[in-house]
Design a protein around this ligand. Structure first.
Ligand SMILES: NC(=O)c1ccc[n+]([C@@H]2O[C@H](COP(=O)([O-])OP(=O)(O)OC[C@H]3O[C@@H](n4cnc5c(N)ncnc54)[C@H](O)[C@@H]3O)[C@@H](O)[C@H]2O)c1
Ligand SMILES: *[C@@H]1O[C@H](CO)[C@@H](O)[C@H](O)[C@H]1NC(C)=O
Ligand SMILES: *[C@@H]1O[C@H](CO)[C@@H](O)[C@H](O)[C@H]1NC(C)=O
Length: 318
């Protein structure tokens, strides 16, 4: 034993040198790869990613009875995808399916309240049996009660989190395993500009939309670290005010600059982002950059700009 001690000392010494060399190599590699990634991103700004082909693929969308969900269903169908329409409103959902079929597309309607976890899981198994691998899942259904926090009821707040956030987990847990197994597929989540900025009358809603942004970002890391070759795409969408009726009392000082965006235009933009495999996309696109720059500006200064623009949503109560 005592004989080992001096050589152990030597070993430690050469180990130290070895570790330092490794560290230096790691740092050099980091610097080189870091700048390659920066240059790639800069070049990417001017050369949009190619669009993934969705024809013949199964696309599941929640909230297809109205608004952006409906418009996405119609447009994905035009691209030749097979649409699974999930909505709590049977009548409007049927109407979406009917419109798709009458223009020669393929769609299947399912009634479901996304707050019901067991029902979702059962329905997920059913559609997998009926249609096979679901290539694109769009978590779109959402509600937006709009008034000061102290006027929000407990039920309203819980329902908002159930629909806007928790349902996403149950749906992702149902479809992600097969995507990971095949290393393909795409999950889209509707956040909002209310997931980029805190807005009055939307305290719980902003909570739900920041939650979407947070879990999507964390899930992207989990997928990447589990498999560096991960090819399951995650896309988070941050729409500004869209003309669907969800946003009941929009307020703006410069309506020409901040006008409501038509639902079909927004849907087209979401589909493009999914097909490009973008991690984040705002509607309009530059809003993500606006948020990043806004965070560099001191809060007090930023508030002056906000007050000047005077844009947001008024309460839906009176
Ligand atoms: N409209 C906007 O200005 C805006 C802006 C940013 C983000 N968003 C988000 O985009 C998504 C779609 O918004 P929209 O304006 O198209 O909505 P919408 O109100 O026009 O349509 C929502 C659809 O979801 C369905 N739905 C509601 N609750 C459900 C439930 N429990 N189970 C199943 N289906 C349910 C409704 O029946 C309806 O068909 C939402 O997540 C919303 O928060 C909207
Ligand atoms: C919706 O369509 C299904 C299947 O075609 C039908 O059974 C159901 O009665 C329809 N519901 C409504 C409310 O129109
Ligand atoms: C969906 O279910 C919840 C309870 O989980 C209920 O409060 C809500 O009203 C239901 N939505 C519709 C549109 O039926």
């Amino acid at each position: 034993m005592s004989k080992v001690t001096p050589s152990a000392g030597n070993n430690a010494n050469s180990n130290d040198i070895y570790n330092i060399v490794l560290l230096v190599v790691d740092i050099v590699m980091l610097i080189v790869k870091f700048w390659i990634a920066v240059v790639e991103a800069a070049v990417g700004l001017f050369r949009p990613a190619p669009l993934d082909d969705v024809s013949g693929k199964v696309v599941l969308i929640t909230g297809t009875g109205h608004g952006m969900g409906k418009q996405m269903a119609l447009q994905y169908a035009k691209l030749g995808a097979i649409i699974l329409c999930w909505d709590v409103n049977e009548q409007t959902n049927n109407q979406t399916v009917k419109e798709i079929k009458s223009s020669g597309g393929k769609a299947f309607g399912y009634v479901c309240n996304v707050t019901k976890r067991e029902e979702l899981i059962e329905l997920a198994q059913k559609v997998r049996k009926e249609h096979g691998f679901v290539h694109v899942v769009v978590n779109n259904a959402g509600i937006m009660p709009c008034h000061p926090l102290l006027e929000h009821t407990e039920n309203e707040i819980r329902l908002m989190y159930d629909i806007n956030v928790l349902s996403h987990y149950w749906i992702i847990q149902s479809f992600l395993p097969e995507m990971i197994e095949r290393n393909e597929g795409s999950i889209v989540a509707l956040s909002s500009c209310a997931g980029l900025f805190g807005l009055i009358n939307l305290v719980p809603y902003c909570g739900t939309k920041f939650a979407v942004r947070g879990y999507m970002s964390a899930l992207a890391e989990e997928l990447r670290q589990k498999n560096p070759q991960n090819n399951v795409k995650l896309t988070t969408i941050y729409p500004y005010m869209i003309d669907t009726g969800l946003c009941k009392n929009p307020r703006y000082r410069f309506p020409k600059l901040f006008k409501l965006i038509p639902a079909d235009v927004a849907a087209g933009s979401i589909i493009e982002a999914q097909r490009q495999g973008l991690e984040e996309a705002a509607i309009p696109r530059h809003f993500v950059a606006v948020e990043k720059i806004g965070r560099l500006i001191p809060r007090k200064a930023m508030r002056l700009v906000n007050d000047f623009l005077d844009t947001g949503v008024d309460t839906d109560k009176h």
